[in-house]
Design a protein around this ligand. Structure first.
Ligand code: DHB
Ligand code: MG
Length: 217
């Protein structure tokens, strides 16, 4: 039997997005982010956003952590899955990009449950106590630090908590042996580490630029 795998095409991708939950406000945010130019590639894809909201809600997450917020598409997707008294700590280094995120948090009526911290994420993470654990963590910041973010995420998650790691395909570079740029090496190292990590149950999924879901045991 051939591999059970339907190759993703632009038409199928569009179809998937059209059949996933997506609020009008998310479209506006995507539009405004697109107007920033090339950096917009860092924005979470709409099908991934819908999946994120479903996962956050499905695991009953109340406390979530986001490492790398950019203009807020991922943070909004997470926050939308949280209960009214939920909490999202969103980390980023850019005042400029998160100014856009803040506006949309307000407009979505979700600002009260989102705290933005503008500082290098590792500094913030290392100052957090594991005694007040998170249920969900999304890793989507500078790729060279992914291995360190992953360790911090596992330290700060409750057992049964879920990590979502973005860009695990690195635009396809992870399977190009000639590619040895620092970001690709870091992601390859982490992908190998997660697959062999007995502390988690993991699944790598072909959504957007590849995501890994790792459930802390
Ligand atoms: C890049 C970073 C991302 O987080 C992403 O989702 C896509 C691209 C980048 O740095 O190129
Ligand atoms: Mg990303």
């Amino acid at each position: 039997m051939p591999d059970k795998f339907t190759e993703m095409t632009a038409a199928l991708h569009r179809y998937a997005v059209e059949h996933s939950d997506r609020d009008e406000l998310f479209k506006e945010l995507a539009q405004e982010t697109d107007e920033l130019g090339g950096v917009a590639v860092m924005m979470m894809a709409p099908d991934q956003g819908a999946l994120t909201t479903v996962l956050v809600r499905a695991i009953g997450a109340r406390r979530a952590l986001e490492i790398g917020t950019f203009t807020g598409y991922g943070a909004l997707s997470i926050a939308r899955g949280l209960p009214d008294d939920g909490y999202l700590l969103a980390l980023d280094v850019s005042e400029e990009w998160t100014e856009i995120a803040r506006r949309y948090f307000e407009r979505a009526g979700l600002a009260e449950r989102i705290e933005l911290r503008i500082a290098p994420a590792l500094e913030t993470l290392r100052g957090l106590e594991a005694s007040d654990p998170f249920d969900f963590c999304f890793i989507d910041a500078d790729k060279e630090s992914y291995p360190a973010y992953y360790e911090e995420a596992l330290r700060l998650l409750r057992p049964g908590g879920l990590v979502m790691i973005d860009n695990v395909f690195r635009g396809g570079d992870v399977v190009d042996p000639e590619n040895e740029d620092a970001a690709t090496l870091a992601i390859r190292e982490l992908n190998d580490r997660v697959a062999a990590d007995e502390r988690v149950l993991s699944a790598m999924i072909g959504v957007a630029d590849g995501i890994t879901l790792a459930l802390k045991l």
